[in-house]
Design a protein around this ligand. Structure first.
Ligand code: ADP
Ligand code: MG
Length: 209
């Protein structure tokens, strides 16, 4: 079983967008998947409820007991945790539950700097677990056709966590598909958004091996 926590204390970095798409993509790949909504705002739960025949099972665990709660949930192939903004205890609890922490970060130095506390928490846990936890940044909401700037690349490199080659681009299909509790996979299965998420999943699966 793999537990992938999509975390960033900063709101609007694309956690829920990525977590819902990741969960659906892993499911379409044949995995038994559970999406855990750790945000007290309940965005992933709202997303799930917007589609009557929602194929992705979503549960809310928005108290800092995620690691313990997951132990009582039956075996899944993948559990994806949609992270909460701000609340540090929730992040700590999600990190404890995870074997992979995915940090979506918008391609701006302000957004990268804002992840520094989270990076410290993740690195401390990696050290304790000695190989039991991996983590990576994924550039989120990248503007199509632009390259990420040298300053951002340098700041990211300073943090000492890898940056995935896959990116999630800023595209209207992400919010429009979410409005009806769906994903890019239902709205445009052959489209570029579905394609980039498949790429992200393939890269993640490679790192989880
Ligand atoms: P978080 O969960 O980190 O707060 P969200 O996934 O809710 O971030 O994204 C914040 C807002 O930005 C939402 O309105 C969402 O639809 C939009 N958004 C996120 N990622 C993208 C993207 N790749 N392209 C277009 N809009 C996006
Ligand atoms: Mg969210």
């Amino acid at each position: 079983m793999h537990v992938i926590a999509v975390l960033n204390q900063k709101g609007g970095s694309g956690k829920t967008t990525i977590a819902t798409h990741l969960a659906r993509a892993l499911q379409l790949d044949g995995g038994d998947v559970l999406l855990v909504d750790s945000d007290p705002q309940g965005s992933a739960r709202d997303w799930a409820a917007a589609h009557e025949e929602q194929p992705v099972p979503v549960v809310g665990i928005d108290r800092p007991i995620i690691d313990r709660s997951l132990k009582s949930i039956g075996r899944k192939d993948f559990i994806v945790i949609d992270g909460a903004p701000q609340i540090e205890e929730l992040a700590v609890s999600a990190i404890k539950a995870a074997n992979f922490v995915l940090i979506p970060v918008q391609p701006s130095p302000y957004d990268v700097w804002a992840t520094s506390d989270l990076v410290d928490l993740v690195k401390a846990r990696i050290e304790i677990l000695d190989g039991g936890l991996k983590a990576a940044f994924v550039i989120s909401r990248a503007i199509k056709g632009t390259r990420i700037g040298g300053e951002i690349t340098a700041v990211l490199a300073d943090y000492g966590l890898p940056v995935l080659a896959s990116r999630v681009t800023q595209r209207v299909i992400y919010p429009t598909s979410a409005a009806t509790g769906r994903t890019a996979f239902e709205q445009e299965p052959g489209g570029e958004a579905a394609q980039e998420i498949r790429g992200l999943v393939a890269e993640l699966k490679g790192l989880l091996k």
